[in-house]
Write a protein that binds this ligand. Structure first.
Ligand SMILES: [Zn+2]
Ligand SMILES: [Zn+2]
Length: 379
């Protein structure tokens, strides 16, 4: 009996020690030469602005999906829950960070600076104290007890104090990027870049743009990133639970910013963002500069030795996709795309005298209307 109880106590402790029953689905994306590829979402809301989820849940959701890093970026200006939840701009980060530490998830401190267009909405990440990014005007607005702000009420004032907010974020070492530039309520006549944005880019304060946000991607933003040397981002802007987000948006996967970092650390992510070492993974598309997409592609693909030669001397090969990317290959002079699904293999046949195959990778975009061309060497 005594042994029995001891065993029970032992089992209890083992069970108590085991960290959780959650099982993570790894996101399989290759590293590229010189860098590890980190999967990140830098735009996430919680109950501390207009989100409906507690900050620790954001870490668990991202962990389950296979992310390496997230940033909690609650609105500083828009606080619709303030009747029930106090206005505390650093709370999302302070609550999520210890959870991140326990789940090997890098949690980066951030805020969304929320104004009418221009400049629209800007995320500042790697900041130190979100409270200091709240301007005096916004502080008064939050402390007005009787004032119930609708969304547009809270932001649609043509005040120039956003410059103070952005400057404070930059002074704190923050990395600032422009969110959802084509978001319909702020771009009813179509996406456009304003002089304010050009000024901010010129000052070195605005360093990136969301090329993808929520359920949309913006070819114009991709073009601007290429032209101005800005960092491309792909973020969810999630406000509700992961499951509801997926059902509303119908995305095939939550947006991912791929960051090419020297190592998996917050400092390396910051350095990579400052150096525009990113790519956009949105639905089944991979979008970015060829210098990153080419190695991402070649590290994802494996081609076998020829395993068969037919009577017409065509050679047969296994072409394998080791990654979670979908890869759409269009062979030359053909109109039938080979859809190489995540972690799958297709058989291709090649003419006798061919030493390499050209493909147009239809869903790897290196320009707004330009897919990437690759050559695969074969034996
Ligand atoms: Zn926004
Ligand atoms: Zn947002």
């Amino acid at each position: 009996m005594k042994n029995y109880i001891l065993i029970l106590i032992f089992i209890f402790f083992i069970a108590g020690e085991s960290f959780s029953q959650l099982v993570r689905k790894d996101m399989v994306v290759p590293d590229i030469p010189g860098y590890v590829t980190l999967k990140c979402d830098f735009h996430i809301h919680t109950v501390f602005s207009d989100g409906n989820v507690w900050p620790t849940v954001r870490v668990e959701e991202a962990w389950l999906l296979g992310y390496d890093a997230i940033s909690i970026t609650d609105h500083i200006e828009y606080q619709p829950h303030k009747k029930y939840i106090p206005v505390q701009h650093n709370a999302g980060y302070e609550i999520a960070k210890p959870q991140g530490d326990r789940q090997d998830m890098i949690v980066i401190q951030g805020s969304e600076i929320t104004r009418v267009m221009p400049p629209g909405h800007l995320n500042a990440i790697f900041i130190k104290d979100a409270k200091r990014i709240e301007t005096e005007r916004i502080g008064h607005m939050h402390s007005a007890e009787t004032h119930t702000h609708g969304y547009l009420d809270s932001i649609d004032h043509h005040h120039q104090d956003y410059m103070m907010a952005i400057k404070e974020a930059v002074d704190q070492g923050g990395f600032v990027f422009w969110n959802h530039p084509g978001w319909e309520p702020q771009a009813p006549d179509g996406i456009k870049m304003y002089d304010v944005h050009k000024d901010l880019i010129g000052k070195g304060w605005l360093k990136g743009i969301e090329v993808a946000n929520w359920d949309t991607w913006y070819p114009e933003a991709f073009q601007w990133c290429l032209e101005y040397g800005l960092t491309m981002l792909s973020n969810s802007d999630i406000h509700q639970t992961e499951e509801i987000y997926e059902k509303i948006t119908k995305v095939t996967r939550r947006p991912v910013t791929l960051v090419f970092a020297r190592e998996k650390s917050e400092e390396s992510i910051h350095e990579a963002l400052a150096d525009a070492r990113t790519a956009v993974w949105f639905n089944d598309m991979v979008i970015g500069k060829e210098e990153f997409l080419e190695p991402l592609f070649s590290q994802s693909i494996a081609i076998s030795q020829a395993f068969f030669t037919d009577n017409d001397r065509n050679r047969y090969y296994n072409l394998k996709n080791k990654s979670d990317f979908t890869i759409d290959l269009l062979p030359p002079d053909e109109d039938q795309v080979i859809e190489l699904l995540p972690q799958s293999t297709v058989i291709i046949s090649v003419k006798d005298n061919q030493g390499e195959i050209d493909y147009d990778v239809k869903n790897f975009l290196i320009g707004p209307d330009q897919s990437m061309r690759v050559k695969l060497s074969i034996d």
